[in-house]
Ligand binder design. Structure first.
Ligand SMILES: [Zn+2]
Ligand SMILES: [Zn+2]
Length: 215
């Protein structure tokens, strides 16, 4: 899922208390109007000392006769003033978005997408990088990684062996796809892996030149 993360750079200030508004994940349906705000991000003044929040208790008690207050709120890309009802001081505080985490996730997503796009031309370009990126990224899509595994032999670069052999594949099907790709790659180069020390040796070797085992 990729959404526009421009709002992460948006700084909004409460006109009442001048504190910066907190960027919050909106609940699926807003309790107050039952329709939602039309945004999955809300900028809310969570300052417990804000006059809107402090005075709201009395106002609502007098008008509606129940125990609630207001928080000042704005939507992304909007200067419109909204006041949402909250039942207690903690409402929305657990929904504050960790901007740094989200930015980092987004960078990773962009890298994944770049690697995926590069798969189309990686064989022609003899470019191992996107293939390795996707195969070593356990979070990348299954079909994309399977596609990447099929590029190993055609790219024909033995440098893929160490990083792939040192990686612990969570998905046995992915491990198998990589094994098949590596086997083909080695065969194309008249090589094999020593079953004892896993070093790459000549396909015809009868004794491993690394561990000296008879094959
Ligand atoms: Zn405020
Ligand atoms: Zn060996």
């Amino acid at each position: 899922m990729l959404r526009n993360l421009d709002y992460l750079d948006e700084v909004k200030v409460c006109p009442h208390c001048k504190e910066e508004l907190s960027c919050c994940e909106a609940p699926p349906i807003h309790v107050g109007d039952g329709l939602g705000w039309g945004s999955d991000i809300l900028f809310i003044c969570l300052n417990d000392g804000c006059s809107v929040f402090l005075n709201g208790w009395k106002t609502i008690e007098e008008q509606y006769g129940h125990h609630s207050s207001y928080r000042y709120m704005e939507l992304p890309d909007s200067k419109e003033k909204n006041y949402m009802m909250v039942g207690n001081a903690d409402a929305f505080k657990a929904c504050v978005i960790n901007k740094d985490e989200l930015r980092a996730q987004n960078v990773h997503y962009q890298e994944q997408k770049r690697a995926k796009d590069a798969l189309v031309t990686c064989v022609a370009d003899k470019n191992l990088e996107p293939v390795l990126f996707l195969l070593l990224d356990e979070g990348a899509g299954k079909s994309t990684r399977a596609e990447a595994a099929q590029c190993l032999a055609p790219i024909n670069n033995l440098e893929c062996l160490d990083p792939l052999r040192n990686h612990k594949f969570k998905d046995p099907a992915m491990k198998h796809a990589v094994d098949v790709g590596i086997k083909q790659l080695l065969e194309n180069n008249f090589k094999k892996e020593c079953p004892y020390c896993f070093e790459v040796i000549k396909a015809q070797a009868v004794k491993c030149m690394h561990c000296k085992e008879d094959l």
